[in-house]
Design a protein around this ligand. Structure first.
Ligand SMILES: Nc1ncnc2c1ncn2[C@@H]1O[C@H](COP(=O)(O)OP(=O)(O)OP(=O)(O)O)[C@@H](O)[C@H]1O
Length: 363
């Protein structure tokens, strides 16, 4: 039986079936500085959505608005089609896990997980036997059975975050908000925990917003990824959409490794630094654009035909291949390409290459 069904059979507390969330044109200003500019997003019940973006892009602000900790300057948030305006935090039935949302140090693991249920008003509070059953079930779900009598200080960082997640799930939230929950943990533990979180999500089915600035985490975890920059949504899509069909140079460069070069398109020929690159893009007329490609998606070509040419300014071992850092053209544009380990080049030598896969973003 999955956790949702099990809890759903239990009518002793106000239940929180997962809700769909609609964010309508939400803006937020802090004084003069806008943190969000008219953000709109539809998330359906049970979906796991990652909010991904660099520092300051507005991810946490959006999460805090969903939580009711912050009011939008304009726009609306709807849970299951209902406007949340004026709905206080405590009535939103939301589970939180924050990077720095510490467990209660003086409480055992059991009491930490039970906390959200024990502080409920008497008429909404489950009987203590029911609370116990539920906490033990959650400990099993987060794979910490037998740890209930420990204190947070006796747990590893990863175990503490699993307890924090169990605590968030205990109230059977309508919505789960996770703000960089694994941010403070080392890389291997992060990888293990995100696989584990995905499994938990598949079993429990909570509508979940997950804030991260780690693209690998977002690509691996989420049903859909919301890429944010400077208070705006740049793109919403699956990992494949975002990686293979980026909507903007920002998304292209933020997701995966990339090189971006300003180019000119003249009657279908892509000119790099004024010279034909061997790439064509079906347009007549002349217009500026940005060419994007990934370092691993290029081939070296002979120097006498059309190509992109760059001078090697640095090289380093990059996994199974060798990465060359190139300076392209007199404007000293930077590009990176990967070549076979044997194809090492002297610093200062000229390299001619063509991307095999690439994108043009018209200016
Ligand atoms: N309480 C506040 N008062 C004033 N400005 C704020 C406040 N909270 C956030 N901001 C500003 O709003 C913008 C968005 O911040 P936010 O914390 O939402 O970004 P973020 O994408 O979550 O960043 P990070 O990854 O660093 O946490 C930033 O420019 C930030 O300085």
């Amino acid at each position: 039986m999955n956790a949702m069904t099990e809890f759903a059979d239990d009518q002793s507390i106000a239940l929180g079936a997962p809700v769909g969330v609609t964010i309508e044109n939400v803006a937020k200003d802090f004084g003069d500085s806008p943190a969000l500019h008219g953000v709109s997003l539809d998330v359906h019940a049970g979906e796991l959505v990652a909010l991904l973006g660099p520092s300051g892009s507005g991810k946490t602000t959006l999460l805090r608005i969903l939580a009711g900790l912050e009011a939008p300057s304009s726009g609306r948030v709807l849970f299951g089609g209902e406007d949340t305006l004026g709905l206080p935090v405590q009535d939103r039935n939301i589970g939180f896990v924050f990077q720095h949302y510490a467990l209660f140090r003086h409480m055992t693991v059991f009491d930490n997980i039970a906390f959200g249920l024990t502080v409920r008003r008497r008429r909404d509070r489950p009987a203590s036997a029911e609370i116990r059953r539920r906490v033990l079930h959650l400990l099993d779900l987060v794979q910490l059975s037998g740890f209930e009598k420990r204190y947070p200080a006796q747990l590893s960082g990863g175990q503490r975050q699993r307890v924090a997640l169990a605590r968030a799930l205990a109230i059977e939230p309508r919505l789960l908000l996770l703000d960089e929950p694994f941010g403070a943990l080392d890389a291997q533990v992060r990888r293990d925990l995100r696989r584990w979180l995905r499994e938990i999500h598949d079993r429990t089915g909570h509508t979940t917003f997950f804030v991260t600035h780690d693209q690998e985490e977002a690509l691996e975890l989420a049903d859909r990824i919301v890429v944010m920059s400077k208070g705006r949504i740049e793109q919403v899509g699956s990992a494949d959409d975002i990686y293979d069909r980026p909507a903007s140079p920002f998304v292209f460069s933020f997701i995966g490794e990339s090189s971006l070069l300003p180019v000119e398109i003249t009657d279908g020929t892509v000119l790099v630094d004024g010279a034909p690159s061997g790439l064509s893009f079906g347009e007549t007329g002349t217009r500026p654009a940005t060419l994007g490609f990934r370092p691993h998606d290029v081939t070296l070509v002979s120097d006498d035909g059309p190509a992109i040419r760059g001078r090697v300014v640095a090289e380093r071992r990059h996994g199974a291949r060798r990465r060359l850092e190139l300076q392209v053209g007199p404007k000293q544009l930077r590009a990176e390409i990967d070549v076979e380990v044997e194809a090492s080049r002297a610093i200062g030598s000229l390299v001619a290459f063509q991307p095999e896969r690439w994108r043009i973003f018209p200016a």
